[in-house]
Ligand binder design. Structure first.
Ligand code: URA
Length: 219
C-alpha cells in the first residue's frame, strides 16, 4: 500500500493529471484528423462518382459541410443552382432561411453538420428519383458514421423518404421523435417550401428548436 501511495505521489509530482489531459487532447486531435481524412476521401469519391446520371449535368458534387463532431445533422434533398455553383450545401435562399432560424434559436450554422441526400444537383431542381436516392445514400451513411450525430433533422419529404424508405407526409409526421437505427429523426418542412408558404415558418422554427433540444439533452 505504501508503495502504491509513493507511486501516486511520484506521478502527481511529475504532473500525471496534465499528462492524462494531454493524452485525451491528443486522442481528440487524432480523431478529428481521421474524420477530416475520411471526409476528404469521400469528396474525391464523389468527384468520380457515376452511380447515377446526375453527375452528367451538375457543375460539381456538393458534400456536407460544418462541424464533424456535431450532435445534430441537417439533411436536405439535393443541391440547387447556388450550391451547384459554390460546392457547398444550403448557401442559396433556402440556406439563408435555415441560417436565420438556427440563429434565432441561439446557435450558429457552423455548430451543426449540414448535408443532402443527393450530392449532385438534379436538372431543373427536380426531386431526385428513389433510384437516385438509393445510389447516393451510401455517401450519406458514411457522413453519418463519421459525424455520429444524435439527431438527424430531415428537411422536406424527399429527405424523409430516403431514410424511411416510404412516402412521407411532412404535415402528418413532422414534430415527432422517430427512431432510425441508433439515431433520432426529426422530420420537418424544407426551407424552400417555407419560402413559398411563409405561414409554415413558425412550424419549421419549432421543429428546428426541438431537434436542437433533443441533440443537447442528456437522455
Ligand atoms: N435545397 C436542398 O435540399 N439542399 C440544398 O443544399 C439547397 C437547397
Amino acid at each position: 500500500m505504501d508503495e502504491l501511495k509513493k507511486y501516486i505521489k511520484v506521478l502527481q509530482e511529475i504532473g500525471f493529471d496534465e499528462i492524462f489531459a494531454g493524452d485525451m487532447m491528443e486522442n481528440q486531435e487524432d480523431t478529428l484528423k481521421e474524420k477530416l481524412k475520411i471526409l476528404e476521401q469521400l469528396k474525391k469519391e464523389l468527384e468520380n462518382c457515376t452511380r447515377c446520371d446526375l453527375y452528367k449535368s451538375r457543375t460539381q458534387p456538393v458534400p456536407g459541410d460544418g462541424n464533424v463532431n456535431a450532435r445534430l445533422m441537417f439533411v436536405g434533398e439535393a443541391p440547387g443552382a447556388d450550391e451547384d455553383r459554390q460546392g457547398k450545401p444550403f448557401v442559396g435562399r433556402a440556406g439563408q432561411l435555415l441560417n436565420r432560424l438556427i440563429e434565432a434559436a441561439g446557435y450558429k450554422r457552423e455548430e451543426f453538420y449540414i448535408t443532402n441526400v443527393n450530392k449532385c444537383r438534379p436538372p431543373n431542381n427536380r426531386t431526385p428519383t428513389i433510384e437516385e436516392q438509393k445510389a447516393c445514400f451510401p455517401f450519406l451513411e458514411k457522413e453519418i458514421e463519421v459525424v455520429n450525430p444524435k439527431v438527424i433533422c430531415c428537411l422536406g419529404a424527399a429527405a424523409a423518404r430516403a431514410f424511411l424508405g416510404r412516402p412521407v407526409s411532412i404535415t402528418k409526421e413532422r414534430g415527432q421523435k422517430i427512431y432510425w437505427r441508433d439515431k433520432i429523426l426529426v422530420l420537418t418542412y424544407h426551407p424552400a417550401y417555407v419560402l413559398r408558404n411563409p405561414k409554415a415558418e413558425d412550424t419549421l422554427f419549432k421543429d428546428i428548436k426541438m431537434a436542437i433540444e433533443l441533440a443537447y439533452s442528456e437522455d
